[in-house]
Design a binder for this molecule. Structure first.
Ligand SMILES: *Cc1c(COP(=O)(O)O)cnc(C)c1O
Length: 361
């Protein structure tokens, strides 16, 4: 509980204390940007940026910014629906997938609900469950990946499967996820596919077919492969009745008209997305090689980052920082003894190589 007596007299905070369960929340800490953007490898942002067509579409949309946005982002969701082979009613666009995770928590976890996730989880899955005073069962990873067999035993309202997982970059096969959806005791399976574009393992296929058949709901985002993290657009593919519930409780104008226009332009620039994906896959291989050559072990990644095992985590973070490279310390992600390195630009790779080369002082 907040110690209200130590607060300055006369402030509102002396009269109101937050709901007691909010004490459990360990707030989200965003990654640090390096002074040189090429050295920023802490937030899994796209090294190639947004498509120029997005920039143009956002500028055009700004001209009519006096109007409220379309609450359901119909232009965008219609194209997304066609792409995924579902009805537009099976798509809900949100202010980043993070908003949709909060909506799921309000609708299905509040006041005594129960969620199951991996340990460590994607932080927003954890925070959103704590916000609504839900029970949260965290199931330790095995070999850095989701332990679906153990998660299946938990009698929860929502099971979160992050595929590829953040912060490890590991995947489970579609066959494994389908078996999990068929047999788990959770009432709703949510598969978060923020990084699925970067998965080149043929087994690590999208779970959209499970969304089509009503076995799971799938989260996607424009923040990673489309390079639009600053615009805040994500979407949920799932059962239309489930989405109706979320529509009922959401803030109607959470996705701005600029964001909707930008995401639509990004979606239509398939060449750009493909370029980002092939650059990321190649650069991921080089990041892995650089760390392995420097004597570190890495976790094989299917995402746009690589988890590096570093017993002296702080020493590696400092060594990289001295060369203008900012990474995410594993202890801030629930994995002490590791660092998470986002796949950089070509210039960023050079910085990384300099930072790791043994003949540097
Ligand atoms: C980056 C990321 C997202 C994307 O969140 P947005 O709110 O869409 O930016 C979602 N899930 C995971 C696991 C992520 O790492």
């Amino acid at each position: 509980m907040t110690d209200t007596t130590t607060r300055q007299a006369g402030t509102l905070a002396t009269r109101i204390a937050p709901r007691p369960w909010l004490d459990r929340i360990d707030p989200y800490r965003p990654g640090k940007h390096a002074a040189n953007p090429e050295g920023s490898m802490a937030s899994n942002e796209s090294a190639l940026g947004a498509s120029p067509r997005v920039v143009e579409a956002v500028a055009t949309a700004a001209v009519t910014a006096q109007h409220y946005p379309d609450p359901l982002a119909n232009d965008l969701r219609t194209e997304l629906a066609a792409r995924h082979g579902v009805a537009p009613e099976q798509i809900l666009v949100g202010n980043g997938s993070d908003e949709l995770i909060y909506l799921l928590a309000w609708a299905f976890l509040a006041q005594g609900g129960h969620a199951v996730c991996a340990d460590p989880p994607y932080r927003i899955d954890e925070i959103s469950a704590h916000v609504v005073n839900a029970e949260l069962t965290k199931v330790p990873l095995v070999d850095w990946a989701h332990d679906l067999d153990a998660m299946a035993e938990v009698d929860a309202d929502i099971a979160y499967v992050v595929n590829p997982h953040n912060p490890t970059g590991t995947t489970r096969s579609l066959a494994d996820i389908e078996r999990f959806a068929d047999t788990c005791r959770s009432r709703l399976v949510v598969v978060d596919e923020a990084y699925i574009d970067f998965a080149d393992d043929p087994d690590a296929a999208t779970a959209i077919p499970l969304a089509r058949s009503g076995k799971a709901a799938v989260l996607r985002t424009f923040s990673k492969a489309y390079g639009l993290a600053g615009l805040r657009v994500g979407y949920l593919v799932g059962d239309s009745e489930l989405l109706d519930t979320l529509r009922k409780i959401r803030a109607p104008f959470s996705v701005s008209s600029l964001a909707q226009a930008g995401a639509l332009a990004g979606l239509r620039d398939e060449d750009h997305r493909r370029k980002v994906v092939s650059h990321t896959v190649e650069s991921r291989r080089r990041v892995t090689d650089l760390f392995e050559s420097a004597g570190y072990r890495t976790v094989p990644s299917q995402a746009n980052f690589v988890l590096v095992q570093a017993p002296d985590e702080q020493a590696l973070v400092s060594q990289l920082a001295e060369h203008g490279v900012s990474v995410r310390p594993g202890s801030s992600l629930g994995l002490p003894g590791t660092v998470r390195v986002s796949v950089p630009s070509d210039r960023g790779l050079e910085l990384l190589q300099l930072a790791l080369s043994p003949n540097q002082s």
